[in-house]
Design a protein around this ligand. Structure first.
Ligand code: MN
Length: 228
């Protein structure tokens, strides 16, 4: 055992669907504006500009099914996103090899303190305060590629209290999964345990305490999260 001067932080790990095994998490990357209709609703040009990324913290991932409404915001939005879990990585990964890095896929939310994110955008400051807060990424288990294959299409639906808020299809992603892996690997060294949240379709909006959010993606089942 290393002689740590304080207790070592616990490794964040996500359940693997249908097993008692765990997927350990290293980093969390999030792609922005990856669906044209969402780019438009946020006031941006949907043209295929290079993708951009921000990060959440590994321990922002939360498979508990509960999302505590965070402090210092009165406009917390849901963004329903498929995530990609990597089993290998590297730098400058060629497009044609990118899918070989994928261990599996899952359902997640990129919960956002939209009011704080908006202030930071206006001031030209980083987004962490709006994006990378405690438990800001409620998520479901990892579904291994060995069980579900690779997902390049499939309906994504998100409801709040039974009312449809977000609808899209994975085939509407501006930057597809192999492209986001290959592009990210030009700027960062990807590694086993990395998670990529793949962006959200249009229809983002606020949640309130007591709301029940349900996200479904064809082939990945559903994820239910209650706002506490
Ligand atoms: Mn997002």
């Amino acid at each position: 055992m290393p002689n740590y001067v304080i207790d070592a932080p616990e490794t964040v790990a996500l359940p693997v669907d249908g097993t008692d095994a765990l997927f350990p998490v290293r980093r969390v990357y999030c792609i922005g504006r990856n669906y044209a209709a969402h780019a438009i609703e946020m006031g941006h040009d949907p043209d295929r500009e290079p993708p951009f990324f921000f990060q959440k913290n590994p321990d922002n991932l939360d498979p508990s099914g509960t999302f505590p409404y965070p402090p210092h915001s009165s406009d917390v939005h849901h963004e329903a996103e498929m995530y990609v879990a990597l089993k290998s990585g590297g730098t400058n990964i060629p497009l044609e090899n990118a899918l070989e890095c994928v261990y599996g896929y899952g359902l997640s939310f990129d919960m956002t303190r939209r009011d704080l994110q908006g202030q930071m955008k206006k001031m030209g400051r980083p987004w962490e305060i709006g994006k990378a807060f405690e438990r800001s990424a409620p998520c479901g288990p990892v579904h291994p590629v060995s069980a579900v294959g690779h997902l390049s299409e499939g309906q994504l639906t998100m409801t709040v209290n039974g009312e449809t808020r977000q609808e899209g299809d994975l085939n509407q992603m501006i930057w597809k999964v192999p492209e986001m892996i290959s592009y990210l690997s030009e700027y960062f060294e990807l590694a086993p345990g990395d998670i990529i949240q793949s962006g959200t379709p249009s229809g983002v909006g606020p949640v309130a305490s007591g709301d029940v959010m349900v996200m479904t993606v064809d082939g990945l089942g559903s994820l239910t999260v209650t706002v506490a």
